[in-house]
Design a protein around this ligand. Sequence first.
Ligand code: ADP
Ligand code: XUL
Length: 497
Amino acid sequence: MAQLFLGLDSSTQSLSAIVIDFAARRIAYEASLNFDQALPHYRTVNGVLPHPDPLVKHSPPQMWAEALDLMFAKMKKDGVPLRDIVAVSGSGQQHGSVYLKADGRLARQTSPIWMDSSTSSECEEIRQALGGIAAMAEATGSDAYERFTGPQIRKFYKTEPSAYAATAHIALVSSYLAGLLAGKIAPLDHGDGAGMNLMDIRRKQWHPAALAATAPDLAQKLPPLVPAWHVIGPVSRRFGLNENALALVWSGDNPCSVIGLGLIRPGLVAISLGTSDTYFGYMQECRVDTHGEGHVFGAPTGDYMSLICFKNGSLAREKVRDLYGLDWAGFNQAITRTPPGNNGAILLPWFEAEIVPRVNRPGIHRFDLDPNNAAANCRAVVEAQMMAMRLHSQWMNVRPSRILATGGASTNTTILQVMADVMNCPVARIEVAKSAALGAALRAAHGYYLHIGQPLAWSDIVAGFTNPIAGSEILPQHPEAYAALIEKYARCEQQQR
Ligand code: ADP
Ligand code: XUL
């Protein structure tokens, strides 16, 4: 009988499930439920409740719970042998918080999620209490961020003090759903715990000063922090699983993706070229970004991971493409017509306020670049993005040895060639539609074998599941073109931010 492991991923818009046949190194089943479509009575739009204030983004936690029931019903209907699943883990969108009363019912009907940016004043209060940006990052792995859970809890405490007082347990999306699966209040793992501005990133315990700066009596309301391989207990009987199946702690989607992409060694990095661009990777030693632009979370291996979000990603590439009336083929031809290093031309493509580097005022800035030269502008936007990634990932002090490119724009090999040249590192493509759910299933396998006294190395866990697309590797061809240009780029950034 095959031993199966289930990974679930509750993301902003959907709940996904992946069942792996671990011994056969095979995905046995995948499914996804879109919240808006499958559960229309919650009236979400892209998984989020409409709100008059554009900064406020909440979702109904009951919708996530109902989706879990629907997913198990669907798996049963689809003939998934639920009784052969030996362990279950999961992944949740990070930062979102669920407020429960002592009897387990909701103390707050809606959950602020990671898209919420309504807590700037709370961030400033917490940051000041801890001693500023660098101190905040040293303590918790990140500067205080609007979407992080601590500032969100503080806002709840300030605006609804009696509902806050009636809250016995504060869960994250991950621990809320893990709790439903295990039938009890679930702990939080060090990966998702690090996304709260409340966890001491080095000790992996709640940070007393951060808790004190956030809200009163917070320690009693938070669950314990545990490693990502912690077994909560047997699964609750209500889902039709084998009663001996193990419910593992869940983690955040980014820590789960680190495993789902096989980033288990120093130097392994992924760059996701989506609406925004994200750079994330495995980190052996905890190093924080004292400028407060990047994040450090616990990795499911027990080590660390870094995460940096660049807002002007595909968005900026599209703007430049459209400015010169091109399609992607034309954009790529333009890049191919210009030399690496672009004859010293620099473009700062901050169409929107940028996260990294911190730029509050949007603006497009050109240096030695003729706005009428379409080809040079196309190359300049991509070179600038890659130089920003190289420059602003230096705090990690890890030179990438291989970059895995994912996301919508990673099909564009012209962009990936610029990435390989600027980063001076081979770039390979990987299919990641479900990297978080896959990572959760692989974490379930890891935790299970550890639990039964047959621990497996992470390299044996991910083997066969996380291979890049065959033949997709792109090698650097002209890395020398960027030695001086990156310094010029850094000076231009300094001058404009
Ligand atoms: P999200 O972050 O929303 O999940 P995706 O990873 O799906 O986004 O990426 C979508 C983006 O991919 C689009 O905004 C588009 O600009 C970009 N994209 C799609 N195809 C190409 C291409 N051939 N070249 C460059 N960018 C592309
Ligand atoms: C990470 C973040 C997002 C969410 C999305 O800090 O906010 O990646 O985890 O699911």
